[in-house]
Design a protein around this ligand. Sequence first.
Ligand code: PHE
Length: 347
Amino acid sequence: MTRKVKELENLAQIQQDALRALADVVDIEALEAWRVTHLGRSSAVMAVFSSMGGMDKELRPLMGKEANEVRQALEAALEEKRQALEAVALKQALETEKLDITLPGRPVARGRLHPLTQVLRHINQIFSDMGFQVFPSPEVETDDYNFTYLNMPPYHPARDMWDTFYTKKEGILLRTHTSPGQIHLMRARAPEPIRAILPGATMRYEQLSTRSEIEFVQVEVLVIGKQVSFAEMKGTLDDFARCLFGDDARTRLRPSHFPFTEPSAELDVGCFVCDGVGCPVCKETGWLEILGCGMVHPVVLEYGGYDPAIYSGFAAGMGVDRSTLMRYRIDDIRHFRNNDVRFLRQF
Ligand code: PHE
């Protein structure tokens, strides 16, 4: 037997041994151990490569080629085995880790609408039914929109009617009422007629109490057209109050003052608690105030882009929080934003 044949037989033997060992491998860890033994740095095939330095020159290329083929064959066998083992593992997992559909599902926690949202939606609906459109308006405002365009020039003491949150940015503030929305809407619409409401959050830097919060919801009402009258305002607001509080709700319009309306009034509803007799809730007056209103001031019409000689209009602003308190006879306005589910679950 020549040297050459012997070496080649040796290689064939190496391959055969390795493949036989591979047949016994049953899991991925054993496969890795097999790889280290049969293809690793100190494996038999690798030893052939490193022994080639001492071989005959004419033998070397042939041995190199053969050894390479053996190595490639072993690597291919390794890959095939790896895939087979993985397939088995997956099949086993699918069989043993079956989804148990007999387990009861996790209950989905059902929320509910916040009482303020419910009343706000009701208000939106009442006005929509009367043909009003609903518009959004910004909660962060400029000094001009919150005051100047509403007939309260800089340094005018009427600005003190509201305790205002000013920001560090000059002229930027959190709106104290939804009335600046009137100007936004007028400027977008002029000279078209307007019949719309603008609901949204408002902020005042107030002492917290059972009746006031620093954040609350208002709904602004705005009607602009030719020959819009005070009588129309009264009729609209009366209708609205009866829709919200019930057919037997009593209302009264009381003279008041706002810089952006002339004349101005406030709408009161008969106290629900004492039915007009007088109690602590209505401060012994028998009435509860629900909104401020009036005919849009000519200066405001002009800032909005309407000629006061041709156009007139009425505006109103109501506190949704107050109305919600009344409707559900809640004793403290601060409940609304405390996020206590024991309170919220009742609505
Ligand atoms: N903006 C006033 C307030 O918040 C309410 C109001 C609105 C009064 C529109 C008249 C007309 O107090």
